[in-house]
Design a protein. Structure first.
Lengths: 405, 82, 369
């Protein structure tokens, strides 16, 4: 049993910031992270390169803060004042949920072929050692991640043939204006743009199918008027990010798409704070601010000085949401025989008779597999506007031995 | 660079640097298919962050281990196609 | 004109079996349930079709019902996942081998195939079991199925109209919906499981909570429904809390792990402590279970009666209300016999087994809506 004043779950920017500031004010802090190394997804450690920029600065500050970091520590169950993980139990007074986000996947014909990956998914794979040099890659989906990932792939020697952003030019204009007001984001965007060949990025363009025998060999994309084929070795597609709210839900927090929080990042459950993507998708800067607020508030410190930046973050969240809103045409991309639930190979047509997720699951097995309906659940939320999955422990597949302990 | 690790992918010996995931080892071995789906389709890694479960392989005899979340260790035996 | 001859309240497997046999007997049936068919307690069940020997009455009901399932087996659709896996009852101690012997004698005397197996024989049947276990009893005739889809198939076959409405009261040939409308019929069947006492006062049915855990796919590691002989003590005792080793290999290759029993009212949350004990017990009998990945845990409420027998027949005090509830952990097994007994009563014909031990007035005096 581990005891802590403040337990922080998730070792991305929000969790790192929360743990750091809480520990700096003298509290006993434990940071639990599922990954082998800290950083979460956005600051995921590149096995072939050292951390740099703000990631490195925050990691150094965390190391000096006195917070105890437990890596490889997955939390599969929780109850008030207690987290249960593969490695044991953590008892806490306050907890900060910084569980980040996952990608939203939308099914299209051929999306189950090996070589079709998520956007952030492919980036994570590259950072953990996968090789993309000289690969011809098509990037698709939506959101700032698409261009960021494309740029990092190009930097690793990949040939990025196309970046298909489903949102139109007009739709993302508010996002570009927001970026212009933030020098750091602007410079970063410029870097990305320079890393790619001119004309590679196409707006209002989306993937309608992948082809190949045992692995992806080509992709079909459309701009609504014209549909064409691009040869590729890898296809990385993700339709934005989904807040990971399952742990918050298990702890009794109010969740409506994202975890509800007040100006101190307090959720509706006593002693439970949330920061970063679980409270709404906003990116690194937003996560760092919210993480600091949550960490300070958790140890009873004043957070007023961060209020302005927090508001700026909230505005950016709103911009992101509308700028990259998914177009209706994407609902018509999967065919009746397209697999929706990859764990149980349930096709879209199998779900036709049903109006709710639970009945569909119990009858067709859709969402019954080991991903616990995370992948198809997020797709179906968009495709059929079905409500969220029930949340029950274990939060991820957990061995009998760990559950019996 | 620190000492390389030796792992076996479907019986074939290969060396990878420390910090590589099992998925990266599979990639370096040219293996894109991790598992066989319940209707017999080949499947490879999708989310890269432990959520989707598509990259499950057998590691040292334990089936359904996520290759994207497991770091290579010296002497590891990795089998795909489960 | 009446809305139907019979209104069945509850679209779980019991209600579905009642609808199936009542329509076969010529009744016009309407089934009413606010939730989708087979998605509440039915979906929480293991789906073990098992002949039991706690009492003569229980044996008669389970054996008859298992015969009815066997008759249907060839027609059940694939999603019902019917598989004749048999039951391997495992002794955890030398002393329990005596229970295996007695159980074997009981079954054999009544024409049910059963074989006492030694330590070595058991290891050959199921190599994943701890080889130090002393032996057990092999009953090859039992089966398993996926109850949600079996219930839905029974309903489809019956052609019954399903109303997605909530019944709030019943009696005097009427079922009253939550919007105040009345449905009329000569008989209203209360097949609402653990919720039955809310519709018919005086029914001695208590919710008895259970947990099940299902794993990822480990095909072939176990091939039979395997449970401990001590399961009977857990199921038939009235202890506040108990667990017993019980694993069912599913058609998918997944392992369904039970079982727990608690009297805690309708509290649906997963109780980590009891799940821990349940899985600890599973590991003790099947050591390799330690590495299995549990992908989901859920709970359900068995409708439990004081004498462990279901309530099947008219409610005392109101001949228009018939009860089909209180099946505890044997609802999937005994659903068909329950439906058949009520259909026989509807058709005023003799039943294959004596319905008297299940009469409602044995435990519920003067109950009515």
């Amino acid at each position: 049993m581990i005891e802590a004043d403040v337990a922080v779950v998730g070792g991305g920017p929000a969790g790192i910031a929360a743990a750091t500031v809480a520990a700096e004010s003298g509290a006993r802090v434990v940071l639990l992270d599922e990954g082998a190394t800290l950083g979460g997804q956005i600051w995921r450690r590149d096995v072939l390169a050292a951390p740099k920029g703000s990631a490195a600065a925050w990691l150094d500050r965390l190391a000096a803060s006195g917070a105890e970091v437990l890596s490889g520590w997955s939390v599969f169950d929780a109850e008030p004042r207690r987290l249960v993980g593969f490695r044991g139990i953590v008892r806490f007074h306050q907890v900060v949920i910084a569980t980040g986000a996952r990608e939203r996947f939308l099914p299209f014909p051929g999306w189950t072929l090996p070589g079709v990956t998520g956007l952030g998914g492919l980036q994570a794979m590259v950072k953990s050692g996968c090789d993309v040099s000289d690969r011809r890659i098509v990037v698709g989906g939506s959101g700032p991640l698409a261009i960021a990932v494309a740029a990092s792939l190009a930097e690793r020697g990949a040939h990025v043939a196309l970046v298909a952003e489903q949102a139109s030019w007009v739709q993302i204009r508010p996002f570009l204006f927001a970026i212009l007001r933030e020098p750091r984001k602007f410079m970063q965007g410029l870097d990305y743009a320079l890393a790619l060949h001119p004309g590679v990025v196409r707006f209002g363009t989306w993937v309608v199918g992948a082809e190949g025998r045992d692995r992806v060999e080509a992709v079909r994309v459309t701009d609504g008027r014209r549909t064409w084929r691009e040869r590729c070795d890898l296809l990385a597609v993700g339709y934005g990010l989904v807040p990971q709210t399952e742990l918050a839900a298990l702890l009794g927090c109010r969740v409506e798409e994202a975890v509800w929080v007040d100006r101190e990042q307090r959720t509706t459950a006593s002693g439970v704070f949330a920061a970063g993507e679980p409270t709404g998708i906003g990116g690194v800067e937003c996560a760092l601010i919210e993480g600091q607020i949550a960490g300070l508030a958790a140890v009873g410190r004043e957070v007023d000085h961060l209020e302005t930046e927090r508001f700026r973050g909230l505005r950016f969240k709103d911009v992101l949401k509308t700028a990259f809103e998914l177009r209706n045409e994407l609902r018509h991309v999967p065919r009746p025989e397209t697999i929706v639930c990859r764990c149980e190979d349930v096709r879209l047509v199998d779900l036709e008779p049903f109006v709710d997720r639970r009945t569909a699951k119990l009858v067709t097995r859709c969402g019954m597999g080991p991903c616990q309906g995370r992948v198809c659940g997020d797709s179906l939320e968009f495709l059929k506007k079905w409500g969220p999955n029930e949340v029950r422990p274990p939060l991820m597949p957990t061995s009998v031995g760990d559950l019996a302990r | 660079m620190a000492d390389m690790l030796t792992v076996r992918v479907n019986g074939v010996v290969m060396c990878v640097p420390p910090g590589f995931t099992v998925l990266a080892a599979l990639d370096r071995a040219g293996t894109r298919t991790c598992r066989t789906s319940v209707t017999g389709e080949p499947r490879g890694a999708l989310c890269g962050m432990g959520i989707c479960q598509e990259c499950r392989v057998t590691i040292d005899g334990r089936s359904h281990e996520r290759s994207c979340m497991t770091l290579c260790q010296d002497g590891m035996e990795i089998v795909t196609g489960d | 004109m009446a809305d139907a001859d019979v209104i069945v309240v509850g679209a779980g497997i019991i209600g579905a079996a009642c609808a199936y046999f009542l329509t076969q007997a010529g009744a016009r049936v309407v089934i009413v349930d606010p939730t989708a068919p087979g998605t509440v307690c039915t979906a929480a069940c293991m789906g073990h079709l098992v002949v039991m020997d706690d009492s003569e009455a229980q044996f008669a009901l389970t054996a008859y019902s298992c015969r009815l399932w066997t008759d249907l087996a060839a027609r059940l659709p694939r999603p019902a996942e019917y598989e004749p896996r048999g039951t391997l009852w495992v002794a955890s101690t030398r002393e329990e081998m005596a229970i295996a012997e007695a159980k074997s004698a009981f079954y054999r005397a009544r024409g049910v195939e059963a074989h006492v197996v030694t330590q070595g024989e058991m290891a050959a049947l199921e190599p994943a079991l701890d080889s130090s276990l002393p032996g057990g009893l092999w009953v090859p005739g039992d089966s398993v199925l996926y109850a949600t889809n079996a219930a839905r198939w029974l309903l489809d076959q019956s052609g019954t109209t399903v109303l997605r409405e909530e019944v709030v009261a019943m009696g005097g040939g009427r079922a009253t919906l939550d919007d105040g409308r009345d449905l009329e019929a000569s008989v209203i069947v209360n097949a609402a499981g653990a919720a039955a006492p809310a519709l018919t006062t005086g029914l001695p049915i208590e919710p008895r909570k259970g947990h099940l855990a299902i794993t990822d796919r480990y095909p072939g590691v176990l091939t039979r429904q395997t449970l401990e002989l001590g399961y009977l003590a857990s199921a038939h005792g009235q202890a506040t809390e108990s667990v017993a080793f019980n694993i069912q290999p599913r058609a998918t290759g997944q392992m369904l792990i039970g079982s727990s029993r608690e009297f805690v009212g309708f509290a649906p949350g997963v109780n980590r402590a009891i799940v821990g004990k349940m899985l600890e017990r599973a590991q003790r009998f099947v050591p390799c279970a330690r590495d299995w990945h549990v992908i989901r845990i859920w709970t359900g409420f068995r409708p439990c009666t004081p004498d462990n027998l279901p309530l099947i027949g008219p409610a005392p005090g109101d001949a228009t209300v018939w009860i089909a509830a209180g099946h505890e952990g044997l609802g999937i097994t005994t659903s068909l016999a329950t439906g058949r007994l009520l259909a026989d009563r509807w058709a005023a014909r003799d039943s294959a087994i004596d319905p008297v031990p299940f009469a409602v007035d044995r435990v519920a005096a003067g109950a009515h809506g």
